[in-house]
Design a binder for this molecule. Sequence first.
Ligand SMILES: Nc1ncnc2c1ncn2[C@@H]1O[C@H](COP(=O)(O)OP(=O)(O)OP(=O)(O)O)[C@@H](O)[C@H]1O
Length: 251
Amino acid sequence: MSALLAIEGVTRRFGGVTAVDDVTLRIGRGEIVGLIGPNGAGKTTLVNVVTGVHRAQAGAVRLDGVRIDRLRSDRIARLGVARTFQVVQPFPRMTALENVQAAALFGGGVATLAAARERAAAHLAFCRLDQEADKPAGALSLASRKRLELAKSLAIGPKILFLDEVNAGLNPAEIDIALELIRAIAGRGVAIVLIEHLMKVVTGVCGRIVVLKQGRVIADGAPRDVVANPAVVEAYLGRRFAEHLAAEARQ
Ligand SMILES: Nc1ncnc2c1ncn2[C@@H]1O[C@H](COP(=O)(O)OP(=O)(O)OP(=O)(O)O)[C@@H](O)[C@H]1O
């Protein structure tokens, strides 16, 4: 079966820095993939190339077999590639419902404002924000704003969703809710790529982990194999932490 998203030999340089270096990666429908690596490894740049923010200087990106790497970012989003940002940026004076309604209208597939509103309400309920629907987005807590970003992403009808540090700044109970949501979204067949520094989160929710270092993929596989991979331990995890994770994985 062909991959939902195929990144094929993608390279992106900035001046003398090769931020993404000949990366090849295939992601299937409904997969939850962790994308990890040290600061500056190229994670955000890779997402920027896939979402059309940056052009690749070599390689190709295909969604459902169709090349998307020469398209504008709004077109790529409408085709089903959604992302959230590390720093959440809703329209602060619009209500949570209006924010999601605007995303639904952008995504297309709704004929009227009323239909967009109805769909937005359903996405808010799914993201456990129905109680906050009529509050200005700027008045929501950080955890709620992060879930609002998820609801907005869902409103464009994504096939694949890139989540950049959705758990940063959340407490353990809030992280549990976010992870439940991520599993539920994947359960609907949406592929998820989780950029995350919290290894407990990555190993807990991801079926597969990809590790970048200096723009290259240095590991790609099941969490228990990746955390035991000496190159990953050296580049990112550190030995004591890796031993701790391996012990947890065995339990
Ligand atoms: N717009 C840009 N202009 C110049 N250099 C850039 C640009 N974007 C990224 N880089 C460089 O590309 C490399 C990869 O950066 P990138 O932000 O993709 O890494 P990252 O893995 O997402 O890091 P972090 O975990 O810190 O977010 C770094 O050396 C960075 O300085």
